[in-house]
Structure formats: C-alpha cells, structure tokens
Design a protein around this ligand. Structure first.
Ligand code: GLY
Length: 396
C-alpha cells in the first residue's frame, strides 16, 4: 500500500514537473516568435516616417500612421520598443532606426513643459544606456531628471503633472508614478539623491490622496498650489470621476511595484499587492485579462478594450511576482501569462504588414475625448515587449 502511494505521489510530482516544462517551452517559443515578429513588423512601420516626428498610432480609415512632435508624452516608446527588439534580435536595421529617433527626441532633456520626461527619456535613453552602456546616453538621462525635478512643488509635496489652465490649478495624475522610475534610477546610479527623495515624497502623497478605500485610484487630483489643499478629484480619460480608468489602475500597480524595487520599503510592496487585488478580483475583468478601457464603463461587455492596460498589467505583475512567494506569486505570473497569450493571439496581435506596422490592436487612448478608440498605440507595444523580456529574464 505504502509502495503504491509512493508511486502515485512520484507520478504526480513527475506530471507537475513535465507540465511546468512544457509551459516553459511554450512561453519560450511565444517570446522568441513575438520578438521576430516585432523585428519584421517595425520594418513596416519605419518605412515612411517623417524626419522630425515620432509614431503614435495608425488611422485605418485614412491608412496613415499618426506621428507627433518630440514633446508629446509618447515619443520615448517607439525608440524604447526598438531597443527592446534589438536586444533580442541584434538586427542592425532596428538599431539604426532607434538611434535616428533618439536624435529627434534628445532636445527633450531640457524640456520642462510637462511631467512626462520619464516616459519620454527613460523608456528610450534608459534602454539605450542599459543595452549599450554609452555614457552619452547617461548624461542625457541625468539632464532629463533635473528637468523633471524642476516640476516638484514643495507646497503640494508632489510633482505637478500638467500646467495650470481653465480646468486645473495644480493637477497631479496617477500616470505620474511612472516618471519616478527615471528619478530613482539617476539617484542610484551616481546622480543627486534629491531625485529619489522627491520620488518618495510624491509616492507618499499619491498614496494618501489618489486612492479610494478599495485601492482603485482617481485619475486627477487638483491641488491648491498655495495651500497644498485638495481642490477636486477628477477624471480626464476615464468614464467618470468615481470610476476606475483601466490604464490609471495599471499605472498605479506598475508605479508602486517599481517604488519597492528602488526603496525596498515594504509599504510600497503592500500597496502594489492591494492594487493588484483590486484589478485581478474585479468582476469586470474579462476572461482573457485584457481590461475594458474603464472597469466601470457602462456598456460592458460591449465596451472597447484597452490592450495597453493589459500589457502594462502583465509587465507590472511579472515584476511583482519577483517580490512575492507561493500562491500570490503564482497568481501574478499565471495572470501575466494569460495576458501575454491573449496579446500574442490573432485577437490582439496584428498580421504582419497590417495595422500600420504596430504590433497590437485594440487599445484605447482617451475615449471621453473621442480620441484613439480601439486602435494600435505605441505604448501598448512597448509594455508588451517589456513584459515579454521580463518573462524571459525571470521565469524561463
Ligand atoms: N499618460 C497618459 C495616458 O495614459 O493616456
């Protein structure tokens, strides 16, 4: 009897092990194939680009890639994606295109017109430096950090996201958490410690003022620049002021996981886990784990999806999985796997030569502004590639 039980136990250990092996082989194949695809697809995208602008999306009705000036918040994602692909494929054509775009956006290092310098300069030059170790890229990142830090407002204990206008006095948006990665990195790589101090203060203020008791977040908190008091909680890209705009939740998850990476302060890890709980247990999260554009969109299940939020969540969960154990870790990783499989499937990933040369379909930029609804978006591609790289580096 004992012998039989031992044999059954051994068999089940073996089948668990072989299941794990075949899952690994499948993910390895998916990742390899995705980078090969991206290498080819970006050659389609790069074909007719202007000399002074950076691609953002594709307008299928006009069969045209939509490009933006260098100070648009998304201009770091295309070169960043190219570097991520080059790292895997070593294709010189991809590298050359990445360098061409870096030249276009380099002047942003002294730009202080918004809080997006992290997106613009770290997704781009950060990857360029990580891969090439060329010191000129490091200098540019350092100068960009100083430009971003110039937007720190001591009266509100945070970095001001957008400038004052008829809607806002001193707005801070949840997205701003992402720009802290560059500040932390500079402080930990030979730069002034003040950047990390600002990041910590900003993160603490955002924890206090942007989040609801269920760990969903507001999009915009508008502060009184003189007193530091809160004027209002609003949305700009979400369904309503009280709703949970999907990408905003993803920015928060990624942002607090990243803050834990740099500080090792467990309050950020706990916070990220609570945001993950909100997202992963949300009754409106679809089975393929690609969120609707807002978790409270009124027309679910017919609401547009946001593949960019899905890609971001996958990338964030793959980092969070590195700081957790057991069931919690397994849940993060298996959700990220589901997202990566969904995004790599024909339901989300374009066919070679289509979609204007972008990788993914079905993202939503700003539905209330009637802008970029159910389209490819350059940052969906970036975080998809980053998630694939993270999976390869940490779980294969
Ligand atoms: N950071 C702007 C957006 O997520 O659309």
């Amino acid at each position: 009897m004992i012998t039989k039980n031992v044999a059954v136990a051994a068999l089940s250990v073996m089948s668990v092990a072989s299941f794990a092996q075949s899952k690994k082989a499948m993910m390895k194949q998916l990742i390899q194939e995705s980078f090969q695809f991206a290498d080819q697809q970006f050659k389609v995208l790069m074909k007719d680009l202007p000399n002074d602008k950076v691609p953002q999306t594709y307008d299928a009705t006009k069969n045209k890639v939509v490009n933006y000036d260098r100070t648009w918040w998304c201009t770091g994602f295309y070169p960043g994606s190219l570097w991520l692909v080059y790292e895997q494929t070593k294709d010189p054509v991809i590298k050359k295109e990445a360098e061409r775009i870096l030249d276009i956006i380099e002047p942003n290092q002294t730009y202080t017109g918004n809080h997006d310098l992290g997106f613009m300069m770290f997704c781009s030059f950060g990857n360029a430096y990580r891969i090439t170790k060329d010191p000129k890229y490091k200098d540019i990142i350092f100068r960009s950090a100083e430009s971003l830090a110039s937007r720190y407002r001591p009266t509100i204990s945070a970095i001001q996201s957008w400038n004052k206008n008829k809607y806002w006095d001193c707005p801070v948006i949840i997205d701003n958490m992402m720009n802290l990665e560059m500040l932390n990195w500079v402080s930990q790589n030979g730069g002034d410690k003040k950047y990390q101090d600002i990041s910590v203060i900003h993160s603490n203020t955002t924890m206090k003022n942007h989040f609801r008791p269920d760990y969903s977040s507001y999009h915009v908190v508008d502060y009184d620049i003189n007193t530091g008091g809160i004027l209002k909680h609003k949305t700009w890209q979400g369904y309503s002021d009280e709703s949970a705009w999907a990408r905003g939740q993803a920015w928060g998850l990624y942002g607090y996981t990243m803050m834990y990476r740099f500080t090792k302060d467990s309050k950020y890890l706990d916070f990220a886990k609570n945001i993950a709980k909100y997202i992963l247990n949300n009754p409106n999260m679809p089975e393929d784990k690609i969120p609707y554009w807002d978790f409270n969109a009124p027309d679910i299940p017919n609401a547009p999806r946001d593949a960019s939020a899905g890609a971001l969540i996958a990338s964030a969960l793959l980092e969070l999985g590195q700081y957790t154990k057991g069931k919690e870790k397994n849940n993060y990783i298996s959700t990220a796997e589901t997202i990566l499989k969904s995004l790599s499937s024909p339901a989300y990933r374009a066919k070679l030569g289509e979609n204007g040369g972008f990788l993914l379909m079905h993202s939503t930029g700003a539905l209330p502004l009637k802008s970029e609804i159910d389209v490819p978006l350059v940052y969906a591609d970036y975080y998809f590639l980053e998630a694939l790289k993270r999976y390869k580096d940490c779980y294969l």
